[in-house]
Design a protein around this ligand. Structure first.
Ligand code: ADP
Length: 325
């Protein structure tokens, strides 16, 4: 067992629904185990500026159901430099904090890893990002909520697409990964799903659209991840119109996918990972991410979380066209 007496928690990078539930779990687990716990406001930037407050059980009351992060989050340029990280480590020392829980995505994990390597700070990461693109965990906190939010919109778009016999291109979040697009596309019955991980030419897409009319389809949906190689939804629509005379309507779901009350799945995940992160620090583990895979906690060295690539579900990629034909 490590001699962990005081820990701190921060949220960093893009916000994700369920971050509050996770902070709550970290705070209450720590207090249960007799560890003092501090909240850092505004991610790494707040750490550098010493924006730290002691938290108690009541500090995290009435938060489990709330989207966003009450600790606030940020992107910190200063933390990208050694001097910034040295200042961050000094602040932790001043407060006698010897364990840091970082809730965020791969950028935040890179920062946590460097802080450990360079400044010898004990760090544990928890995956909080709607993109789900972190290796070593089946799900990231916020992903399930983002999928449900996008799906709700897609169902509504389908109503209008069907009423007007229209082709809609719906852009969902995912700059480098197609997890949201694939799951939302399958669940929303999309005719085509465009993701960064799979190559499909515009000619292929144009030909697919032509075949839909021959099978009696009068309306259709294409779901595209924002980072797809064919470009964003507006660019794709423009090309399809000019080259294939396809009359496309575009809907970009945007930041609605980041907000909202977390789903039960996200609250459960956040609660579990918050609990295990504190346990991991107490057990002397550091420079790791706590994840959840095959119904058990996982403890993955931080660099693996971005060096290894989590694949999309190959079966879903294979079957969506069969199911929507
Ligand atoms: P996310 O955690 O959601 O991927 P970012 O990529 O914006 O979000 O990362 C959040 C913050 O983590 C950055 O603003 C920066 O302060 C820190 N960070 C990101 N990459 C690194 C890195 N390679 N080294 C040190 N700190 C980093």
């Amino acid at each position: 067992m490590a001699n962990i007496k005081k820990i701190a928690v921060l949220t960093s990078g893009g916000d994700a629904p369920g971050m509050n539930a996770c902070v709550r779990a970290v705070v209450r687990t720590a207090i249960y185990d007799g560890i003092a716990v501090f909240g850092i406001y505004g991610g790494y930037e707040g750490l550098i500026n010493g924006e730290i407050m002691p938290l108690n059980r009541r500090s995290v009351s009435n938060l489990i159901q709330k989207g966003g992060t009450f600790l606030k989050t940020s992107r910190s340029e200063t933390f990208l430099h050694v001097a910034g990280r040295k200042r961050a480590a000094d602040v932790l020392k001043e407060w006698e904090i010897n364990g840091l829980v970082v809730i965020g995505g791969d950028g935040s994990f890179r920062g946590a890893h460097t802080l450990h390597q360079e400044q010898n700070v004990n760090v544990v990461g928890i995956p909080g990002t709607i993109d789900n693109d972190i290796y070593g965990t089946d799900l990231t906190i916020g992903y399930d909520t983002a999928v449900m939010t996008a799906l709700d919109s897609i169902d509504k778009i389908r109503d209008t697409a069907a009423s007007h016999d229209r082709l809609f291109i719906v852009e969902v979040m995912g700059r480098h990964a197609g997890f949201i697009a694939l799951e939302v596309g399958i669940c929303g019955g999309a005719e085509e799903i465009l993701v960064p991980e799979v190559h499909l030419s515009l000619d292929d897409l144009g030909n697919l659209i032509k075949t839909w009319a021959t099978t009696g389809k009068t309306s259709s949906l294409i779901v595209v991840a924002e980072g797809d190689e064919l470009g964003n939804a507006h660019e794709i629509a423009k090309t399809l119109q000019s080259q294939f005379h396809a009359n496309c309507h575009v809907c970009i779901l945007g930041h609605t996918q980041r907000g909202g009350s977390p789903t039960a799945t996200d609250r459960l995940l956040a609660s579990r990972l918050g609990y295990h992160a504190v346990q991991a620090l107490e057990n002397g583990q550091t420079d790791i991410m706590v994840g959840w895979a095959n119904n058990a906690a996982t403890f993955i060295p931080l660099p693996e979380t971005w060096e290894k690539k989590k694949p999309l579900d190959a079966e879903l990629l294979k079957i969506y066209r069969i199911l929507s034909a």
